[in-house]
Design a protein around this ligand. Sequence first.
Ligand code: ADP
Length: 471
Amino acid sequence: MKNGITKRFLINGVGVVVVLLILVVCLLFFWSRSFYYQAVESELTSYANTSLDLFNSYMAESDYDVEAGMRDFVENFRDREIVEIQLLNEKGEVLLSSSGFLPEDGMEEDWRNALESDTSIGVWRGKSSLGEHVTSACVALKREGTVQGGLRYISSLRLVDQRLYLLLGGLTAAALLLMAVVLLLSFYFISSILNPIKELDKTARSIATGNYEARIEKHREDEIGHLCDTINYMAGEIGNTERMKNEFVSSVSHELRTPLTAIKGWSETLRELGEEDPELRRRGLSIIESESERLFGMVEELLDFSRMQSGRLSMRMEKMDLLAELEEILVLFRERAAREGLTLQYVDPPSFPPIVGDKDRLRQVFINVLENAIKYTPSGGKIRVEAANMGAAVQVVISDNGIGIPAADLPLVKDKFYRVNKNGSISGSGIGLALADEIMKAHGGQLELESTEHVGTSVILTLPIKPDAGA
Ligand code: ADP
């Protein structure tokens, strides 16, 4: 009974049924009792009525001897086997009884009722001097307003009571049976809810402790079944995110290690040999500088990412020349592309309007997309950057003929931490595109990807000329 739902159900549901059943049984019992008692009473009253009519007609004759007539009537009463008849004098005292028993205690009430009643008939119900449950009907016979005597019909209620107790027993048994069925069905119903809930609770706890592989078995297609689906889905999603985060941490650590190793190695070399070889020192210092910059860039990206996660990615909007920024970045990348054996082609439009945006963030977008184009295009490939004025918006399309993205991964690559080939040789954190996409959205623009595996990828960056109010 410690279980909350079972207890509530028993009190609120089954409790009400029990009370209703008791009420119904009591109502049926009392209604039947009153029905049977009244039936016996009306039977006795009809005896009394018949005898009243009979004697009234006899007493119409002036020389009729009432007492002798009544005595004769009682002695020759035909139904004495089932109904007892008594002869009463004018004071209501019993003169003669068909059973030979003495008058009953308290039975005088029916005589008093008969005297007071307009019909001259009175009834009574109670216990006889033998302790038997009886009912009686009494008729007072009057001649010209004077009471001559009376007749009393008495019937035992023993048989009626027996029948009533049988009925009560039957009703109680039926109620108990119904209760048992209700209880059985209720427990079946409750356990069909409680068992899956217990299972859900257990699995949810297991998920909470980090077991994202835990799944709840769905038994039925109902509300609880849907809840199981939802929790399973949630566990799957948490598991995926957790896995991606772990991969992210390991790939970021790996990414950080490469420049740190270079910086450490060159510092040691310079300490040993730097004094002797100025050329080596110059080269070493420039590598340390560029690697530190790379580190700095990575840390910035991570910081931006965490700002993006917490919704604190702030934008400094100003009127700007997008193409000027793009061209500056391209200057930096041209050299890098050449080093990797790639051709970088740039096509600019004849006219390009100024836009409102955050210079540094949009540069970040170009850098992230161009870095991907370089990373994912093998040597000998081609990168094409094309800017276009679309009237209401401007567009920059960065395409490559690199490894491309499989169709199944295409909708997911913009998700944070998502990487197509996690274990491949190309390093990355999986946040570059997520961040770029977020920045484009903050400008009221968008980042779209078109790609075919082994053919190439196009990243289409669209920015409205008049960005949304919030952008
Ligand atoms: P990463 O740090 O891994 O490059 P991104 O968010 O920038 O993270 O990109 C997500 C994934 O999208 C990459 O891991 C890569 O698999 C795929 N991708 C992005 N750009 C290209 C591209 N130009 N060519 C092929 N695959 C790409």
